[in-house]
Design a binder for this molecule. Structure first.
Ligand code: ZN
Length: 378
């Protein structure tokens, strides 16, 4: 397959007019200029690496934990509209019983290749989080970081838990060591810790922070919290929900200024109501109300996950910080691919998998290609 008349975003440079060649599932050439070879003419649109959402709870009516067995497939098919080629399914805090059921279903799903975007595993977000910063997680289900539970769920899932967010101040380092020794990315989040309390786990190798500023202690001048620690360590990758709702744009600018393009990963944190009409829905067992891209708990009005699509968050962050396309590609794809050791994707390079999103001049998704197959076309 050839895609021509394209603006191509590669790690080294942007080719303002060029074409790429894909053979089977791999990019085999990236070229400047025109070609007479037949191919898909994208009329000056952008070619970017497919987006990778490291933290998503659902959308299009799908709640990963509940529903019929086809729910994972339904999501995978629909999320390709957002330019997402790969993603990590995030869980909210569940009971042991519910997680056992969920991880069994999930293991079955992961045995087969999906038709749309590819799920790369689970981002376990609860229940090892702090009651003080529980966000939309059910307080009654929260518990201390527990190696035995994590190990059990990971076994049931077929070793498909790839990242765990927990309040790292609620453990002595042993949970962090367990994650690192089992190829699970330890992620600090949903915590009221002091910035200094992050250090012991940083020294053990913790380099990931869950949705920066959301669900954590902030940067109070006399009691700096996890957000301050995340910003102070230049090699910690921070997830950012850049929908314009979860973080004020002045702070989005500050994050970009401090972290730079190499240590930000844009996520959605979106829940099942994404892509559906406004109204009342459930997040786990909690009732939420969706109004546009905003989703709140009906009980206390707290933000409850998100309703924006991945491409929205990309456009928003780009607009607010005037980010160039090469840097943007790191924030959407390259950085998280590196963090999660997805070595053959995350950038437009010869020899990498043909995971591609085609964006028009307004950065709206017109086509999504995963491993050389068109999985979405507008
Ligand atoms: Zn989440």
């Amino acid at each position: 397959m050839i895609i021509k008349n394209a603006k191509i975003v590669t790690p080294k440079k942007i080719i303002m007019k060029g074409y790429i060649e894909i053979k089977n599932d791999v990019i085999i050439s990236i070229n400047e200029g025109n070609t007479n070879l037949s191919g898909i003419d994208i009329k000056g649109s952008w070619i970017m690496p497919g987006f990778i959402d490291g933290h998503v709870h659902g959308g299009y009516g799908v709640d990963f934990e509940n529903g019929d067995k086809n729910r994972f497939e339904i999501f995978s098919k629909n999320v390709s509209k957002e330019g997402v080629t790969r993603y990590f399914q995030a869980t909210v805090a569940n009971s042991d019983e519910d997680n056992i059921k969920y991880f069994k279903d999930f293991k079955d799903f992961m045995k087969n290749d999906s038709v749309g975007s590819k799920c790369e595993g689970v981002h376990l977000e609860g229940p090892f989080i702090s009651k003080d910063k529980k966000g939309a997680h059910d307080e009654l289900l929260l518990t201390q970081p527990d190696v035995k539970l994590a190990q059990k769920w990971n076994d049931i899932s077929g070793n498909n838990i790839k990242i765990i967010t927990y309040a790292s101040d609620l453990q002595d380092g042993s949970f962090t060591k367990y994650c690192i020794n089992n190829n699970i990315i330890p992620s600090a989040g949903h915590s009221n810790m002091l910035a200094s309390e992050f250090e012991k786990d940083y020294l053990l190798g913790m380099r990931h922070v869950c949705h920066l500023f959301n669900g954590m202690s902030g940067i109070d001048q006399r009691r700096p919290g996890l957000a301050a620690a995340a910003l102070n360590h230049s090699d910690v990758l921070v997830e950012v929900i850049s929908d314009g709702v979860h973080i004020n744009e002045e702070l989005l600018k500050l994050i970009y200024k401090i972290k730079g393009p190499d240590y930000i990963s844009i996520i959605t944190d979106s829940m099942n109501a994404k892509g559906l009409k406004d109204g009342k829905y459930k997040l786990g067992k909690l009732e939420v109300i969706k109004d546009g891209i905003i989703v709140r708990l009906t009980s206390n009005n707290a933000l409850a996950g998100a309703g924006a699509t991945y491409d929205h968050n990309v456009r928003y962050y780009k607009k607010v910080c005037n980010i160039n396309m090469r840097d943007l590609a790191k924030m959407t794809s390259g950085n998280i691919a590196k963090q999660m050791k997805l070595e053959n994707t995350g950038s437009i390079e010869i020899g990498k998998l043909a995971d591609i999103v085609v964006l028009d001049k307004n950065l709206k998704v017109s086509m999504t290609i995963r491993e050389g197959k068109i999985i979405y076309k507008s």
